[in-house]
Design a protein around this ligand. Structure first.
Ligand SMILES: C=C(O[C@@H]1C=C(C(=O)O)C=C[C@H]1N)C(=O)O
Length: 331
């Protein structure tokens, strides 16, 4: 397929009335009145939870263990990571030539509309039963027309919330060289068996995700397998590593941490930007031939935060059948 064909195909995917640009964030809520004052982590005192239901979002408030050192936008601390989500959506709209969404780029009103959309969606959810804590992946989807849709899925639910369950680990490490977290096994990362071609639709997060579904199917990952458990590692036709199906990846090269450079095709996600801006890693090229079985890597996305992974060979695969996403053609 020529570049011209590919450009036309991307344009036709983006014209589909169901097509959306998107971002995803984490929202944690819990309901346990007796624990109201029991914890300082991860919730900070300026955001005293409201009873009976306590609703807070790491993503919106942008807390992390590294935040005490660097504040990305001192002028708007309350909006935290949502600013980065807004920038990501603006970049996707610009790359697709959606001039109608130019307001996303700098307009503070657009930012508060996004915030209100997420907050309204969360406020309309049925209240949590007492003593429960849930983490949700919240998606913000935007159509070319500017219509915003919010939806969510529960990614974990704890039915007996206690002091200990509220001590959620920090979203982001201060350094990738921090001591290993012995509570959680590393994610098993399997190399894909075919290359994926970088395009606007890998650089930006959209509803066009069939390249990730196809890669997961090639290494026999179940659609429901969380990225913290198993992942597939994508590479481009030049045999350069891109990312995993749902995460940015970081490799240790000569004692320094490297994430695939934008030119290799990774999704320009919020956590990737944070890791680069906070100096946890630099951008570079990692070739497929450099990978070592058993090598420790880091992974991140805005819903799961940052966590360790390990590269594994063929014997680390799950069995099972995977359904292909056939709604949109794969570019
Ligand atoms: C675009 C998607 O995939 C992943 C998203 C991130 C991210 O948000 O940080 C990183 C890697 C991408 N493969 C998606 O829709 O899941």
């Amino acid at each position: 397929m020529t570049n011209m064909h590919r450009t036309k195909l991307i344009a036709s995917v983006a014209r589909d009335p169901d097509f959306r640009i998107q971002t995803a964030l984490l929202w944690i809520r819990y309901n346990n009145p007796s624990l109201r004052r029991a914890t300082t982590r991860p919730f900070s005192s300026e955001h005293e939870p409201q009873l009976p239901e306590i609703v807070l979002s790491d993503a919106i408030q942008g807390r992390s263990s590294a935040d005490s050192k660097v504040d990305l936008r001192d002028d708007k601390p309350d909006l935290g990571l949502l600013l980065l989500h807004r920038d990501r959506l603006a970049a996707a709209a610009e790359a697709l030539g959606w001039g109608t969404l130019d307001c996303l780029k700098h307009d503070d009103a657009a930012l508060s509309i996004l915030k209100q959309a997420v907050e309204k969606y969360m406020a309309d959810l049925p209240p949590l039963p007492t003593s429960t804590l849930e983490s949700r992946k919240v998606r913000v989807l935007i159509a070319r027309t500017g219509k915003i849709t919010v939806d969510s899925t529960i990614i974990s639910l704890c039915q007996r919330v206690s002091r200990t369950s509220l001590l959620i680990k920090p979203f982001m490490p201060g350094s990738f060289d921090e001591p290993r977290d012995t509570d959680n096994p590393p994610c098993k990362v399997l190399l894909d068996t075919q290359p994926t071609r970088p395009s606007t639709l890998t650089t930006h997060k959209t509803l066009h995700r069939c390249m990730y579904t196809a890669a997961r199917e090639r290494v026999q990952l179940q659609p429901t397998t969380p990225p913290t458990a198993q992942e597939v590692l994508l590479y481009n036709p030049y045999n350069e590593i891109i990312e995993t199906s749902a995460c940015t990846i970081y490799f240790n090269r000569g004692g320094k941490w490297v994430t695939p450079a934008a030119i290799c095709g990774p999704n320009l996600g919020v956590t990737r930007r944070l890791a680069i801006e906070k100096g946890l890693c630099r951008q570079g090229t990692v070739e497929k031939r450099e990978l070592k079985d058993g090598e420790t890597v880091w992974l991140s996305n805005a819903v799961r935060g940052f966590f360790r992974g390990v590269l594994v060979g063929d014997d680390g695969r799950e069995g099972g059948v995977v359904e292909l996403d056939t709604r949109l053609g794969c570019v």
